[in-house]
Write a protein that binds this ligand. Structure first.
Ligand code: G6P
Length: 467
């Protein structure tokens, strides 16, 4: 049986799966790998003065994890630089926040080469390699240069940007061309795949077949849509665990007669947190009678704190939460509980279950698994309501949620009111439809359908020579 080698920048298989905190990709990969014979390779998250390529190998909850330390310069140029200051904002339609410096691009390519050189000796002839996310786009080309002939798949967890935005990136063609050394490219939604195909048609004069085989740059790659989901049974077990139950009871007692609205997001400008708080403020303005009866619990762990745009948004959110609380709070009520910390997975499940409304309103998001976790955590007899940004990949499947434009505070205000006053039968009807989607896109189904498709792609003969 062939092994599965999963590659991603962030490798964070928790020692105890129930203890994992928010952070969709790593949790999903850890769930996906637990049932496979394989290996998870990536950055250790640590630095070392001089790169040695020495591997740290350990077993974490049944998953073999192999990581490598990077030099501080790699972290600056590859991770903080090209990945998080250039590609992340660009892929999330924030050209205004996109920074490009030549050293970032060079560091990105150097670090990808390093990853490829360290991984190559671990690869056995029958292994299937599955590389994840925008940090590692050029890695297949590097592996091919080292003579690797195995099937190599790529999965993008972020949106793919519109062509008009992507062309603002210097050397955008070089980046896209390197994707043609994969055998299969997966996206979460038809929308992201469509934008990728459009780029290739227009910028590279490529050809797209109806079954998404794309020809360009003298090469050919199979593409497809594979919507990621959560580990449904694992999440339900976390919800029903002792700590999940305790958290539910604690929140139910703390909310008392009030309705809780919950938001859980990394502190990232793509998540629409400012707009969300402003939308909630608008709701308080529009519905004075409901003040004191509802509060927003916003859980927002600090993320990528070395990047200036993340420091800026953090400062703005601190000020905004403080201003709204200062303006509206009463002696026994605070409209926003804003927490910069993580919680265990079982605690989050209990929190979601206690919340009447789940507010998931990113300005742009590859998928968003909080939307699926919120639905899974609900009590089937008395479920809460999901408010979901139409700009999250999840909206392509979760049309039964209350879909909103997160940029409009009036729309947010109205959606919150609708959610809080929705009759029980309607909530149950919507929840059943959404729960079906959550089950249909379980992370195991995502993994098996992607790996199945990768196994079926014919290995191309033209892989050995790479300029
Ligand atoms: C998003 C990205 C992941 C990344 C995660 C956390 O979900 O798609 O690749 O791992 O954010 O970000 P971080 O920079 O902390 O790994």
């Amino acid at each position: 049986m062939s092994r599965l080698i999963v590659v991603s920048n962030r490798v964070s298989a928790p020692k105890d799966p129930a203890a994992g905190s928010a952070g969709g990709l790593a949790m999903a990969l850890s769930a996906a790998l637990r049932k496979y014979d394989g290996l998870w390779f990536g950055w250790s998250g640590e630095t070392v003065e001089q790169f040695t390529g020495e591997l740290n190998i350990e077993d974490r909850a049944g998953v073999t994890v192999a990581t490598v330390d990077l030099e501080p310069q790699d972290v600056d140029e590859y991770y903080n630089g090209y990945a998080n200051k250039t590609l992340w904002p660009l892929f999330h339609h924030r050209v205004d926040l996109t920074a490009y410096e030549r050293s970032y691009g060079e560091g990105y390519e150097r670090t990808n080469r390093r990853f490829a050189e360290v991984l190559q000796p671990l690869i056995q002839p029958d292994d299937i390699i599955w590389i994840h996310d925008y940090h590692m786009i050029p890695m297949a080309r590097d592996l091919r240069r080292l003579g690797v002939k195995n099937r190599i798949g790529f999965f993008l967890h972020t949106p793919w940007p519109a062509r008009q935005l992507l062309v603002t990136l210097p050397h955008h063609r070089r980046l896209v061309e390197s994707m043609f050394y994969f055998d299969l490219i997966g996206f979460h939604t038809h929308e992201w795949l469509g934008l990728f195909e459009r780029y290739v048609e227009v910028e590279a004069r490529g050809r797209v077949s109806p079954d998404h085989v794309i020809e360009a740059f003298g090469r050919r790659v199979q593409c497809g849509v594979f919507p990621i989901g959560i580990d449904v049974d694992g999440f339900l077990a976390a919800r029903d665990s002792v700590l999940g139950g305790k958290t539910y009871d604690r929140m139910a007692a703390s909310a008392a007669f009030r309705s809780m609205i919950v938001g859980v997001d990394r502190l990232d400008y793509s998540k629409g947190l400012e707009q969300r708080m402003l939308g909630f403020e608008q709701f308080l303005e529009d519905n004075p009678a409901m003040r004191g009866e509802v509060f927003l619990l916003q859980v927002t762990p600090i993320s990528r704190d070395d990047v200036d745009t993340y420091q800026d948004i953090r400062g703005r959110l601190d000020a905004l939460a403080g201003r709204i609380n200062g303006a509206y709070a009463d002696m026994d009520w605070q409209p926003i509980r804003y927490l910069n910390r993580t919680f265990r997975r079982d605690q989050l499940a209990g929190l979601y279950r206690a919340a009447k409304v789940g507010l998931v309103t990113p300005l742009r998001d590859g998928m968003n698994l909080v939307a699926k976790e919120y639905v899974a955590a609900q009590n089937p007899e008395d479920p809460g309501v999901l408010i979901l940004s139409r700009f999250a990949g999840a909206a392509e499947q979760m049309g039964e949620a209350l879909l909103v434009n997160p940029l409009s505070r009036e729309e947010l205000s109205e959606a919150i009111k609708t959610a809080l006053t929705m009759p029980l039968e309607e909530r149950i009807r919507k929840w059943k439809a959404l729960m079906q989607v959550v089950r249909d896109t379980d992370v195991g189904i995502w993994r098996d359908s992607y790996v199945g498709a990768l196994k079926k792609v014919a290995i191309r003969a033209d892989d050995e020579v790479v300029a």
